[in-house]
Design a protein around this ligand. Structure first.
Ligand SMILES: Cc1cc2nc3c(=O)[nH]c(=O)nc-3n(C[C@H](O)[C@H](O)[C@H](O)COP(=O)(O)O)c2cc1C
Length: 197
């Protein structure tokens, strides 16, 4: 409960490197997550150095194209693309979380295939939350970035990932350069129905 209470997104990091052991500890935590039929549909790519720059560049190009198509002003596009690039490339290490449907069940109908797909995504999200909590526990800062979900094929291609890996999220990681910003939550009563008949 302590890590849950303390956790918040940390978007700025010091130069202190993150050890391979620490990354492995986070991935061990990730793989303790629950998954449908215990099929463990998560896959991870650990990125540093040039791979991280390549990913940031590719996702930045896609972001630029999307925003230009939306008619966003060029200076706002440049600001957003640059912020995303900086965030990724200034993190000592990043973990790209992917989903694979390779071991999931296949049904004769779309409804159940869609449910199976959702379940796999939910399992990856559970693994991601484990990473965030374990990072908090180790004194690391982390931020969940959704960008890979918007250009999955480009991410697979630029990193040379197996073709069944579907990029879901990027976790930037490092030792915190600030304490992050505490964000409010809706009260439990606001988001809960208690039903007993
Ligand atoms: C699915 C998902 C996608 C997110 N994508 C981003 C993102 O692209 N960039 C970012 O800075 N934060 C992202 N976040 C972090 C949220 O902004 C953050 O969790 C929320 O504002 C609450 O802050 P807290 O987690 O620090 O309490 C994402 C979180 C989730 C769960």
């Amino acid at each position: 409960m302590n890590a849950i209470a303390k956790r918040r997104m940390i978007r700025r990091y010091t130069d202190r490197p993150v050890s391979r052991e620490a990354v492995i500890a986070l991935l061990e935590a990730a793989t303790r997550a629950p998954s449908p039929h215990n099929r463990q549909p998560w896959r991870f790519a650990v990125l540093a150095g040039a791979a991280r720059v390549r990913l940031a560049t590719t996702m930045g190009e896609r972001l630029r194209e999307d925003l230009a198509r939306d008619g966003v002003a060029p200076e706002l596009i440049a600001r957003d693309v640059s912020r995303s690039y900086q965030r990724i490339t200034s993190a000592p290490v990043c973990i790209l979380a992917c989903m694979t449907l390779r071991d999931m069940d296949v049904y004769p109908d779309d409804r159940r295939n869609a449910a199976e797909r959702w379940m796999a995504g939910q399992a990856v999200a559970a693994a991601l939350q484990n990473i965030l909590l374990a990072a908090t526990d180790l004194g690391l800062g982390a931020c969940w970035m959704c960008a890979p979900l918007f250009c999955p094929q480009a991410v697979v291609q630029t990193l040379g990932l197996p073709s069944d890996w579907e990029p879901q999220a990027l976790i930037t990681l490092g030792y915190p350069a600030d304490a992050g910003t505490p964000r409010d939550r809706r009260r439990v009563e606001e988001v809960t129905l208690w039903l007993d008949n």
